[in-house]
Ligand binder design. Sequence first.
Ligand SMILES: C[S@@+](CC[C@H](N)C(=O)[O-])C[C@H]1O[C@@H](n2cnc3c(N)ncnc32)[C@H](O)[C@@H]1O
Length: 362
Amino acid sequence: MPRPARVNPSRQKNPTFTRPQKPKGDHRARQPAHEYALEALPGLEEVAAEELRGVPLARDLRGLRFWYPGDPERLTRLRGAVAAYRVRAWDVPRPRGLLGHQQLGELTAFLGEVVRWGGHRSFRLAAAGRESAVMIRLAEELSRGLDLPFDPEEGELLVRLRPQEGGPGWEVLARITPRPLSARAWRVCNRGGGLNATIAYALHRLAGVREEDRVFNPMAGSGTLLVERALLGPSAAMVGVDIDPGAVACARANLQAAGREVEVAEVDALATGLPPRSFDLIVCDLPWGDAIGSHRANAALYPAFLTEMHRLLSRHGRLAVVTHEIRLFEGLLRDQDRWHVRELFQVYSGGHHPKGYLLSKR
Ligand SMILES: C[S@@+](CC[C@H](N)C(=O)[O-])C[C@H]1O[C@@H](n2cnc3c(N)ncnc32)[C@H](O)[C@@H]1O
């Protein structure tokens, strides 16, 4: 038997029917949206996606791609992603099609909008075959159209060309900021072995950000973990130490640039003299044995570190660690019964693939 036709309730004659109201609320939601994509370090995509879910007005989220009608400035404050891009696709079978009169005009206008907003002073192209005749021609045309120097290595406007995701054409991604988001404005002092700030952000997010935590950052280096935690919100207390006076000065300078008051002391993390159970959250980027420390020294440092942090951590406290000494660290944790261990992530960054762990007392 044929089904009775469905009646669209909004079309039913009804004396109480009124026209649908225009959406109320934030006027930005009615502005034209643009498509964006975030880039995260491999291994931290979910951290970046979780942060993106908290951006008001971001819609049609597909992993790290989304549509957004608001001011892009909000996207530059994301801390789990290394870069944010405007995205636009062209229905061309290969990049050569972007040199067509209409496509080139549209592409120049699209990039010009990004440059007007971001203030980039040069550009570069990232694409398979970027040395090809087509790419060289595209660079020349864009340089003329945008009135912007082409700098293939250091160009501030990073333009990525790649086959369209889920479509037949090619898409262009234009980084909205002249520098990556991971290059923080607060970093006025850098040191070899400094942690990528998005890894520090991820470690804190996954270890939990709690106002009541007394936070300790042994081996603070340039203070990346301290600054990123301080920017995430208040804590009951926070202190960092490093054995190297240069590192202490560097961490202090970065904290000051970030506008955060946190005590950093020149102290051996293994001999602080602090009473047991002084902290609820200890976060540490241990020496990896290449740029900082040596594998030989780490063989003695790591077990001593675990013993001392067990003493300093409160009964229900968390110890969050990032390290590239994976075999050494996991070996120590295999042969012990004092810690519960959870792997948080493994991330690929700058030729390294460190892991993050969360430990709690058994
Ligand atoms: C991997 S680096 C930390 C890098 C830091 N996360 C950053 O972003 O700059 C390790 C740091 O541990 C410090 N360190 C090594 N042994 C230490 C100890 N026993 N007590 C305190 N600091 C120590 C080193 O001086 C170095 O600054």
